[in-house]
Structure formats: C-alpha cells, structure tokens
Design a protein around this ligand. Structure first.
Ligand code: DON
Length: 304
C-alpha cells in the first residue's frame, strides 16, 4: 500500500507546475511550489505518510469547519445558522458580491471568508485572548497535537493586508450578523487562519470527523449531528466555486486552504491530509486535488 501511495504522490507532483503559490498574504509566497505530501489514517489506526507530510504550513481556510463546530458547541445550531447560511455561492472564496446584492445580506455559508468571519465572531470568551485560546485548544484537542501554535508573521501580515475581509466584517456588522466588534471577529479569524499545521495534523482532524466527532481514545467531543454539519458543508461548499466539480471528480468531503492544505473525510473509514501549496485559479491546491481524484478512483472512496 505504501509503495502504491508513493507512486500516486510522485505521479501528481508535476501538476504543481500548472498552479501558483498564494502571495496575497505576506509569507505564503515562501512555500515550495513543488511540495506534495499525503497522510492517511484509517479508523483502525493504520497510518501512511508520504512525501512532504510533515512540512509546516498555515491552515488558512481549512480552519473554517473546525471553528464552525466550536461555534455550534457554544451557541447551538439554530443561533449559528441565524448568522450564517448553508448554501453554496458559486463565487470566489473572498467575494463580497452576494453579501451586498442578496436581500438578506446574510453570508451564504461558513466556508467562504464572509461566513467564516461571522462564525469566528461567535466563539465565546471574556475577551479576544480567551476567545482565541479556547479556539486554539479546540484545534489542539481534535488534532491530538498539543503543540499547535500560530505563525505570528503570517498573522500580522494578514492583519495588515486583509482589507477585503475587513470590509466584509464591517458590512456584516452593519447588517446585524456580527454581535461584537468587527475588529474582534477579524482578530480571531486572522489568528485561526495562521495556525501552523502539517498534513498529518489535518489527517487527525479528518479522522475525528470520519469517526463522527470522536477522538482516537474514544472520547466524544462533538455530537454526531455537529460532525454531520461540518462534513455536509465541506462537500457542498468546502472547495468554494470548485465544490461541484470536486464532488464529481473526488466525492470526498474536503476543505481546502490557500496555505496548500486539504483536509478530507471518508466517513467511517479514514481521515486524509494533503499539503500542496501550488493553487489553481479558484485557490484550491492543484496537485492535491488530482492526487485525491486518483486516490478516490483507485480505492473507491467516493461517497456517491
Ligand atoms: O481570508 C483569507 O483570504 C485567508 N486567510 C484564507 C483563505 C483561504 O484559505 C481560501 N482557500 N482556499
């Protein structure tokens, strides 16, 4: 199996040539365009780690379903979905268009930037420090990695340059979808995006969801229902305006990030983590998507 997975990684590494690393957040341009890493952990504990699986990168949008789960734990499903919708947009991840043009002005889903900022605003805590500490501890728990930390340079870089996100946060504040201060929501959001992980950490989170919200020691952290919400939004919106095509090509609930990460969940079977920093024009890891397509075909992993 390991040899077979290695051949799939090597086959797809060259596809990175067709993409580009993100450079709109200072620091991300330093990634090695040709890196490709894969980690798989089955629910029986078998682990396969190939290529650049232990290279650190910032989690970026892969953080979104995780923050969503803690927001639901903090407030319940009904309240969270009164602030953010459940529908795909068909627009780019950072688009402001539907916020302004749709009548409700409610962010469409928690996987796009607008909806994720509204979700970050829901994390409970006396102040921003406590809010982010609770969130970081939740990431550490479900990745089973107590050492997770933020990359401070990437955090400060995004805080300095994230003006489109800032515009959306203030707009949503004006429409009543953010209860606290817009800047507080942004601080939690920028910090969560700059948490450093490896493909292996993402695999552990995928495995947690594959087990329906249960850690490998058997501890239940979120209900089946909350895990189902995260996985459903991943399959419908997790790859942004590429989600429909990805559902057909791969058919595995997945969430991408512009740092090059993809966290994938084969329910009941395995968690998969990919590191592939060269992105396609939609901001999804280009070689990682092709690798997951091969993996899905070869091992019949599509949920459809
Ligand atoms: O807000 C942003 O633009 C980034 N922190 C996260 C975007 C992202 O990862 C989109 N993913 N493909």
């Amino acid at each position: 199996m390991k040899k077979f997975l290695k051949s799939l990684v090597e086959k797809n590494r060259g596809i990175s040539e067709l993409g580009n690393v993100a450079n709109y957040i200072p620091g991300l341009e330093k990634s090695n365009k040709h890196a490709l890493g894969l980690c798989i952990i089955k629910t029986n504990g078998t682990i396969y780690s190939i290529g650049d699986y232990d290279v650190k990168f910032t989690i970026q949008s892969v953080s979104k379903p995780i923050t969503l789960m803690l927001a639901i734990l903090d407030h319940g499903e009904e309240h969270v979905f009164s602030k953010v919708g459940m529908e795909p947009t068909g627009d780019a991840f950072n688009s402001i268009q539907k916020l302004e043009t749709c009548k409700s002005h409610k962010p469409f889903n928690p996987m796009i930037n607008a909806g994720a900022i509204a979700t970050s605003a829901l994390i409970k805590g006396a102040d921003n420090q406590e809010r982010f500490d609770r969130l970081l501890n939740f990431f550490r728990k479900i990745s089973e990695n107590e050492t997770l930390e933020i990359n401070n340079d990437v955090y400060l870089g995004e805080k300095r340059t994230g003006n489109k996100n800032r515009a959306m946060a203030y707009f949503m504040k004006g429409e009543g979808y953010i209860d606290g201060e817009a800047e507080d929501a942004l601080e939690v959001y920028f910090k969560q995006c700059s948490i450093e992980v490896t493909a292996k950490d993402l695999t552990k989170i995928g495995l947690f969801l594959a087990r329906g919200g249960v850690m490998s020691n058997g501890e239940r952290v979120v209900s089946e229902r909350i895990a189902k919400i995260a996985k459903t939004l991943m399959i419908t919106c997790g790859m942004y305006d590429g989600s429909g095509e990805f559902a057909l090509r791969v058919g595995i609930p997945s969430k991408s990030g512009v740092g090059g990460g993809i966290m994938s969940v084969v329910p009941g079977k395995m968690g998969i983590g990919v590191f592939s920093p060269a992105l396609d024009e939609k901001g999804n890891p280009i070689a990682g998507e092709a690798l997951l397509e091969d993996l899905s075909d070869e091992l019949s992993l599509s949920i459809f």
